[in-house]
Design a protein around this ligand. Structure first.
Ligand code: NAP
Length: 253
């Protein structure tokens, strides 16, 4: 693909963790990448890493759960990089607690960032994909979609994203747009560090305990997830849509 034909990919929550690894990988695959996160300054390390590797990237600060900020962010991407035809809905937060202790605020925050955020971002980007007759939407679900103690809010959001993905696949397929979900198991990021803290374990000990339960006997790295996202985000995946791929070092029930 020549530079003039480069696609524009948007990665939310791209300042760190899985989003940062995904932004780098999509840039290496030839996409210009818009890195969206709550704090624009926090996106700079990802943007610099893309540039250092010879790619093109833009930092954009936006809260994905706020429709005005989402609309403004996508308009900025269009103006500065071009119309986005690849979208990775990756931004996420945890507000874990057992149901009887979970506040309405904890429920709303998690549902708003994961579900409402993916809805708003996809709605804002889809018109550009429809105009292009081409699009790739990848939503980050989780093994927690199958149920996880202390995560009623997060599990509901991540299961909801699977239904959202399948519906996008059905509605948007005729415009050349595919939608798929990647559902990671345990991946070493700030998010799992936060979970270790919640359950009162050191992060190394927590990782070792998780690895012992995983068939490949190791925990995931952000790049493991980026590799799966990159396939769904590629032109080669045009006949794969509405799927959920668990990337967890083994099968899940
Ligand atoms: P992470 O290290 O915590 O990074 C998440 C990023 O999302 C942060 O940079 C965060 O910004 C940003 N973010 C949060 N709320 C946002 C909002 N409203 N608008 C824009 N950006 C926002 O998480 P991760 O582990 O890389 O996870 C990435 C995705 O994979 C999430 O959807 C997560 O649920 C999913 N996942 C992760 C794992 C795992 O084991 N790590 C497993 C399954 C699924 P701030 O730093 O400013 O908060």
């Amino acid at each position: 693909m020549s530079t003039t034909e480069q696609r524009v990919a948007v990665v939310t929550g791209g300042a760190r963790g899985i989003g940062a690894a995904t932004a780098l990988r999509l840039a290496a695959d030839g996409n210009k990448v818009a890195v969206i996160d709550l704090d624009e300054a926090a996106c700079q390390s990802t943007v610099q890493a893309v540039k250092d590797a010879g790619g093109t990237a833009l930092a954009v600060g936006a809260d994905v759960s706020d429709s005005a900020q989402v609309e403004a962010a996508v308009e900025r991407v269009v103006a500065e990089l071009g119309a986005p035809t690849v979208l990775v809905n990756n931004a996420g937060v945890l507000r874990d607690n057992l149901l009887f202790k979970m506040s309405e605020g904890d429920w709303d925050t998690v549902l708003n960032v994961h579900l409402r955020g993916s809805f708003l971002m996809t709605r804002a980007c889809q018109k550009h994909m429809v105009d292009a007759g081409y699009g790739r939407v990848v939503n980050l679900s989780s093994s927690s979609a199958l149920g996880n103690r202390g995560q009623a809010n997060y599990a509901a959001a991540k299961a909801g994203l699977q239904g959202f993905t399948k519906t996008l696949a059905k509605e948007l397929g005729k415009f050349g747009i595919t939608a798929n979900s990647v559902a990671p198991g345990f991946v070493v990021t700030d998010m799992t560090a936060q979970t270790a803290e919640r359950v009162g374990m050191g992060f190394e000990e927590f990782q070792a305990a998780a690895a012992s339960q995983i068939p490949v006997q190791r925990v995931g790295r952000p790049e493991d997830i980026a590799n799966a996202v990159a396939f769904f985000a590629s032109p080669d995946a045009g006949f794969v849509s509405g799927q959920v791929l668990y990337v967890a070092g083994g099968p899940l029930n």
